[in-house]
Design a protein around this ligand. Structure first.
Ligand SMILES: NC(=O)c1ccc[n+]([C@@H]2O[C@H](COP(=O)([O-])OP(=O)(O)OC[C@H]3O[C@@H](n4cnc5c(N)ncnc54)[C@H](OP(=O)(O)O)[C@@H]3O)[C@@H](O)[C@H]2O)c1
Length: 273
């Protein structure tokens, strides 16, 4: 039997790492890319490749390596990070890099796999967004912009490629154990000016995150299973969530934006007190 092939970005850590292991265990050929190639898991069926999703040549080499397989079945656009800080103070240079990674990197990789998928009349793009693609909170502004953008981009793509038998879907993880939170929260101090007027908001927010942080979070292995469902469901859904409460939070933000906004305003006010 021909093995299925998946391309996974951001495979050196967290959910991408766990998804690489899971797809390989399920007998897939896994083309697993990240800049820290030595951190990508090893095992039968795993092809670790150096990949920087912001670099044109790197993206091409990644997809070309996978094209020797009989089919390209799934691309999982998972690479991403949070560049956090007050909108007034985060530099546009940092913002551009985040958009290049979280949104344009996914878009350009997708362009590279679509011709082959169209030719096959089958294929799926799984975009790892976030609950933060429907919701938002103080200090995460530009991260939310990248994930809201990824959601809309995926939905439009889905309307354009269905005619070829292809699908584009979104997974929206909530808080999940990985390096993500340390990187995002660690970026705040690097992005603020020395006497920032946002100090109390920042300190209050960080202390809330430390308190609720890890014990309420899903594991990366939990989310890898959601990635797998999104990649293999016979009737794929437009959105995938890990938990019922994640689904409800996303729904609150979408269906009752005024109530959601008041909630976030009062959380920010409490944090800044
Ligand atoms: N953890 C959460 O709470 C959470 C919640 C919602 C959504 N998400 C999203 O889920 C996805 C996976 O995050 P995670 O939680 O697994 O975080 P993570 O442990 O920090 O992993 C992020 C991965 O992205 C890769 N990456 C970053 N920049 C890259 C680039 N330019 N080119 C290639 N790879 C790059 C990193 O690899 P290298 O550094 O080796 O390149 C790493 O493998 C992200 O899109 C994130 O925004 C996370």
């Amino acid at each position: 039997m021909i093995k299925k092939t998946v391309l996974i970005t951001g495979a050196s850590s967290g959910m991408g790492y766990a998804a690489t292991q899971l797809f390989a265990q399920q007998g897939w050929q896994v083309y697993a890319g990240a800049r820290r190639v030595n951190n990508i898991p090893v095992g039968t069926g795993i092809h670790p490749l150096s990949l920087d999703v912001t670099d044109d040549d790197s993206r091409k080499n990644f997809v070309q390596a996978a094209e020797k397989e009989a089919t390209l079945d799934v691309l999982i656009n998972n690479a991403g990070y949070g560049e956090y800080g007050p909108l007034e103070e985060v530099s546009l240079e940092k913002v551009r890099r985040q958009v290049e990674t979280n949104l344009f990197g996914a878009a350009e990789l997708t362009k590279l796999v679509l011709p082959r998928m169209r030719h096959q009349h089958t294929g799926r793009i799984v975009n790892i967004s976030s609950l933060g693609g429907d919701m938002y909170s103080a200090l995460g502004g530009w991260y939310h912009v990248t994930k809201h953008g990824l959601n809309v981009w995926s939905d439009v793509l889905d309307t354009e490629i269905r005619q070829f038998g292809l699908r584009s879907v979104v997974v929206e993880p909530g808080g999940t154990q990985s390096s993500w939170s340390d990187i995002a929260m660690g970026s705040i101090e690097k992005n603020v000016v020395p006497d920032t007027p946002y100090r109390s908001l920042i300190d209050g927010t960080l202390s809330v995150i430390q308190r609720v942080g890890s014990h309420s979070a899903a594991t990366s292995a939990d989310l890898a299973k959601v990635f797998y469902r999104a990649a293999t469901d016979h009737k794929p859904k437009r959105r995938y969530y890990f938990s019922f409460s994640d689904r409800m939070m996303s729904r609150l933000a979408r269906v009752h934006p005024g109530i959601f906004h008041q909630l976030i305003i009062s959380m920010a006010a409490r944090a800044a007190r």
